[in-house]
Design a protein around this ligand. Structure first.
Ligand SMILES: NC(=O)c1ccc[n+]([C@@H]2O[C@H](COP(=O)([O-])OP(=O)(O)OC[C@H]3O[C@@H](n4cnc5c(N)ncnc54)[C@H](OP(=O)(O)O)[C@@H]3O)[C@@H](O)[C@H]2O)c1
Length: 239
């Protein structure tokens, strides 16, 4: 099972995003042999000997299957693409936002893992899912995003059993707030994408299954271990 980054062959989805860009820099620095940078718009991604842009909307079966047929040498799949409409359940006009978040944050990683499973099994590889600490407790002001990431946490656990039996490691990163486009409107302390990427890759290389990223995530995880209802109530009335 893949645990070290050196000489790995990585495919990362949502490669144009801020955390993805920091992860790509970290992967390169740690000696990844090749990185497939998958994005729905690849125009800003520059190909090089170690970076291969691939067009992939993660909600498209065609895009994902085409990428899986091309990148059969992948040893580490990072499901990073995500969407967060920062919307409470009852404030959304209809179900469109919840559907989009579930499409991108739950069904898409399922689609991508299913397509890449044969290669990952053959290569004894690994999957790293980008979740959030809010997969473990709901923050009502972005309730439907949290629900979609909770589904992705359950997906991660199920895949760990299914793929683990076939020699593929399944890990998850659970960051707190990171300073990206996704959190632009939130007046809260945020860590830099570079610091988040360092912690994610350090945790991955240490063999962790759930990688808590940043003080906010570690604090909430400790709170959930000690007093889960207290944390639920704390997030229900922030500030
Ligand atoms: N920022 C945080 O505080 C935070 C905390 C915990 C977890 N996360 C997770 O970290 C991951 C990366 O987020 P980020 O903060 O780096 O946000 P970001 O800069 O907005 O990046 C999100 C990326 O996902 C891509 N994406 C969205 N829908 C897609 C689709 N249908 N197909 C392919 N790509 C798609 C976006 O592509 P386009 O540029 O084409 O829209 C973008 O590249 C997400 O899974 C997010 O939930 C973020």
């Amino acid at each position: 099972m893949t645990e070290t980054i050196k000489d790995s062959i990585v495919l990362i989805t949502g490669a144009t995003g801020a955390i993805a860009q920091a992860l790509i820099a970290g992967l390169r620095a740690r000696g990844a042999k090749k990185i497939y940078a998958a994005a729905r718009d690849v125009s800003s991604l520059t190909a090089s000997d170690r970076l291969v842009p691939i067009k992939m909307d993660v909600t498209s079966d065609d895009d994902v299957n085409r990428a899986a047929a091309q990148a059969t040498d992948v040893t580490l799949l990072i499901n990073n693409a995500g969407v967060n409409h920062n919307t409470a359940f009852l404030l959304a006009a209809d179900l469109a936002i919840a559907r989009e978040e579930f499409e991108c944050n739950y069904l898409a990683p399922l689609r991508v893992v299913r397509a890449f499973a044969p290669a990952l099994i053959a290569n004894k590889g690994a999957v790293l899912n980008m979740l959030t600490i809010l997969a473990r407790v709901n923050l009502p002001l972005m309730g439907s995003y949290c629900a979609s990431k909770a589904a992705a946490l359950s997906l991660t656990q199920g895949l760990r059993a299914e793929l683990g039996a076939k020699g593929v490691r399944v890990a998850a990163a659970l960051p707190g707030a990171v300073d990206t486009r996704m959190t632009a409107g939130l007046p809260i302390p945020k860590m830099s994408p570079a610091d988040a990427a360092t912690e994610i890759l350090d945790g991955f290389e240490k063999g962790e299954e759930e990688i808590y990223v940043g003080d906010m995530a570690r604090g909430l995880a400790a709170g959930l271990a000690a007093d889960p209802k207290g944390v639920e109530r704390q997030l229900a009335s922030p500030g």
